[in-house]
Design a protein around this ligand. Sequence first.
Ligand SMILES: C=C(O[C@@H]1C=C(C(=O)O)C=C[C@H]1O)C(=O)O
Length: 369
Amino acid sequence: MTDNAQPTPSLDAELKPLRDRIDTLDQTIIQLLNERAGVAMEVGEVKKRYHAPAFRPEREAEVLRKIVAGNPGPLRGDSLHFIYREIMSACRALENTTRVAFLGPVGTFSEAAAFAAFGKSVEGQPCASIDEVFRATEAGTADFGVVPVENSTEGVVNRTLDLLLHTPLRISGEVEIPVHHNLMTRSGNMDGVTRICAHAQALAQCATWLSTHYPEIERTPVASNAEAARMARDDATVAGVASAAAATNFGVHIVARNIQDDPHNSTRFAVIGTLDTAPSGRDQTSLVVSTPNVPGAVHKLLEPLARNEVSMTRFESRPNRTRVGTGVWTYYFYIDIEGHQRDPKVAAALAELRELCAFFKVLGSYPLT
Ligand SMILES: C=C(O[C@@H]1C=C(C(=O)O)C=C[C@H]1O)C(=O)O
C-alpha cells in the first residue's frame, strides 16, 4: 500500500463536513423523489378512472427535453437524461407493471434497447426470435415489444420490416443505442482459442478487426452474442464477441474492447404495442406504402409530401414477396416523415398519399429522441 492510500487525519477532517452535506442533500432528494412518486400514483388513479394507459411516451419525452434544456450543470445533460429515465420508470412501476418483450437472451443489445426505452423498473420478457416478440405483444402477454429495425453498418433488419407490414400493432416509440462489440474468453487471453463465435451480424460488423488480429482463427456464427458469451464461459477453446454486459452476466473476461469496424456503430429499435402515442411537439411518423408498377410512380409518391411541406427523413424499399397481380416485381416503400399524423400538414399529406397507393399503412407516430 502506498502512502497516498493511507487516510490522513487532515484528509478525513476536511472530507467530513462535505460528506455531511451530501448526506443531508440525499435525505432531501429522497423526500422529493417520494413526493414525485406520490403524484405519479395520483396520476395513475386518474388514468385508471379514464381507462387510459399508464405509459405515455410523449409525456416522458417532454419531461426529458425539459430536464435537459433547463439543466444549469455541472451535471451533463446525458447523465440527467439517464437518471430521469430511471426515475420515471420507477414512478411508472407504481402505476402498474409494464411487461416488455425483446429478442433474448438477457445481455443482448435488444435488452439494452428495452431498458433504454423504458428504464429498468419493468418486467423484461426475453423471446427466442423477432417473430415471438411480435406474437407476445399481439397476444397481450407483453404490453410492448422492442425490435431491431436498422443497424448503421449492416442496414435494415428484414424480418422486422416484413412483420411490421401486417401486424395490427403500432410503433409507439423508437430508441437508438450504440453497439460496441468486445472479444471475450474464460481466461482473459487468447491462449488455446480455436473458434471465435458471435451472431452473424456481429461477426460481419467486426470482420476487418478480426481478419487483422486473428486471421487464422475460424469464425462460427451462433444464435446470439449472449449465447457466444455463454459458450466462452463453458469452453476454453471458444472466444465470444458480445456486449460488455454479456461479459459481466456470464463471468468471462474481455480480451479486447470496441472491436467493431465502425466506431459509431449503432442500432435503431422500434417500440411496438397497441398504444397510439399522442403528439409530443417533436415527432416522427413511419408508414409503409406500395404503388402500382408504372413509370413515375415513386416520383408521384413524393409530391403530396412536398406540397404540404412535410420532410422525409427515410426512404427504404423492399421487394413485395407476394407479387400480387401480374407476377411483376413490386416494392413496398418504408417511409419516415417529420411530424405527427395529427399535425394538420402531415394529415393532409397522408390523405393525398393514401389515394395514390395500392397499399397504405401508417405504422405509427412517436417522439423523436
Ligand atoms: C406520471 C405519469 O405516468 C408515467 C410516468 C411519467 C413520469 O414519471 O413523469 C410520465 C409519463 C408516464 O409514462 C404521467 O403520465 O404524467
